[in-house]
Design a protein around this ligand. Structure first.
Ligand code: SAH
Length: 405
């Protein structure tokens, strides 16, 4: 039964000789190719002990029989017991590690592997938590996790947004629904950097909003402010207009925002209104950014600040080549649309593209656009999205603030 401690002969995964190295470096994943044999008969999500060929204890891990990542470590300490108390402690540590974000009531509480909780993401949106469970191991402990979240945060309402493709690889169905308390199917208004933003928790991307970009939205506002006569801003892949609101709040003269999602744009326009910002300075375009940038170029449009925050083009290094071409394309067009002295804020949230590679792509784009550019800042997610030093895969979001020469 899910989450209940059962008495059973210990289930074990015994690794092939030499394949214990990555667990010893505290990387939490066990790939099926590293497994020599399985002892016992663990069900999906049950806890297994992972041992080296020589019988050395390596980790307690959640078993994922259908996945190529056959187990993910909960703990590297043999003395630990993986039970409801374990989740309460670990979630408690994770929540306690988050600082207070001034002018914000929404942030990430649990960030998967980087918080020692593979397969679990939890975001707080004011008085509602949104949980996303992506592995058999986390699914097995779902009820204990929900209880721990309530006990630790005191928040009573939890929505589950386990509707992500990766669940398929784990043999888990897509699931959206109330996990605890009451969560109405209506927009939740959060505060971020002192502005108010509506979030559709039930249907929005990820858990509803891109909380990882909070600091960078604040930076958008700050950079916009540097233009004392008002900046013309282009916000590409604007989603619900977080960056657009930031630019308007920073005094932008005009903000053109582009996204392919009609529902996201409708929320974005509302977000401008509910912050009392001049709607006549905001222009919305429902379009494919790749095409829209070409149209803008052909019409000779120019901007002072351009934000490029596309979806992840390369989930893994496998897709890096194709993704690289896409990043090059939009950044090249971005540089062409930028006035001399203008700023480009450009991002990649692709796990498969390193910060190094991203910088090279952007440099290539500037070269082909025939412009010089300086990097003013290297950007990443906020501190509520930490990256474990043992889990480089967690380092997905990277960005650059550039100034065109
Ligand atoms: N900057 C946003 C987050 C962007 S997420 C924020 O601060 O909240 C990426 C967005 O790109 C999504 O809203 C998605 O609808 C949009 N998108 C994906 N592919 C697109 C395309 N080819 N053209 C336009 N928008 C696209």
């Amino acid at each position: 039964m899910a989450g209940r401690l059962t008495i059973h002969p210990m289930h074990k995964i015994i690794l092939k000789a030499g394949r214990e190295k990555s667990l010893k470096r505290r990387h939490p994943w066990v790939f099926s190719g590293a497994v020599d044999r399985l002892q016992g008969s663990p069900g999906a999500g049950e806890t297994v002990a992972v041992q080296s060929r020589d019988g050395e204890f390596l980790a307690w891990a959640g078993y994922s029989p259908d996945s190529q990542i056959v187990a993910r470590a909960w703990s590297f300490r043999e003395a630990d017991t993986i039970d409801a108390g374990f989740f309460r402690r670990r979630i408690g540590e994770s929540v306690a590690a988050r600082p207070v974000f001034p002018g914000a009531d929404a942030w990430r509480l649990v960030h998967g592997e980087s918080d020692g909780l593979p397969g679990l993401v939890v975001d707080r949106y004011s008085e509602t938590l949104v949980a996303q469970i992506t592995t058999a191991g986390a699914e097995f402990w779902r009820e204990a996790i929900a209880d721990a979240l309530i006990a630790v945060t005191g928040v009573k309402n939890i929505l589950e947004r386990s509707d992500v493709d990766v669940r398929e690889l784990e043999g888990l169905p897509s699931k959206v629904g109330v996990l605890r308390g009451e969560v109405k199917d209506e927009p939740v208004v959060i505060e971020e950097n002192g502005v108010h933003l509506s979030v559709d928790l039930w249907r929005g991307h990820k858990t509803g909003f891109y909380l990882d970009q909070r600091d960078n939205r604040a930076l958008t506002r700050q950079v916009t402010r540097e233009y004392s006569h008002g900046a013309d801003v282009l916000n590409c892949f604007c989603y619900t207009g977080g960056m657009s609101v930031a630019a308007l709040a920073g005094g932008a003269k005009s903000v053109l925002s582009i996204d392919s999602s009609g529902p996201a744009l409708a929320i974005a326009a509302d977000n401008v209104k509910q912050n009392g910002l001049a709607a006549d300075r905001a222009e919305w375009m429902e379009a494919d950014v790749f095409q829209a940038l070409r149209q803008l170029r052909d019409r000779g449009r120019q901007f002072d600040l351009i934000v490029l925050d596309p979806p992840k083009f390369a989930p893994t290094a496998h897709h890096a080549e194709k993704a690289t071409r896409a990043y090059k394309d939009i950044n090249l067009l971005g540089f062409k649309l930028l006035r001399p002295g203008g700023h480009l804020m450009t991002y990649s949230c692709s796990g498969g593209i390193s910060a190094d590679l991203f910088q090279k792509v952007v440099a290539g784009a500037a070269l082909d656009a025939g412009v010089d550019a300086q990097i003013l800042r290297r950007l990443g997610p906020g501190v509520d999205h930490p990256v474990s030093v043992h889990f480089p895969e967690g380092d997905y979001l990277k960005g650059l603030l550039l100034r065109r020469g």
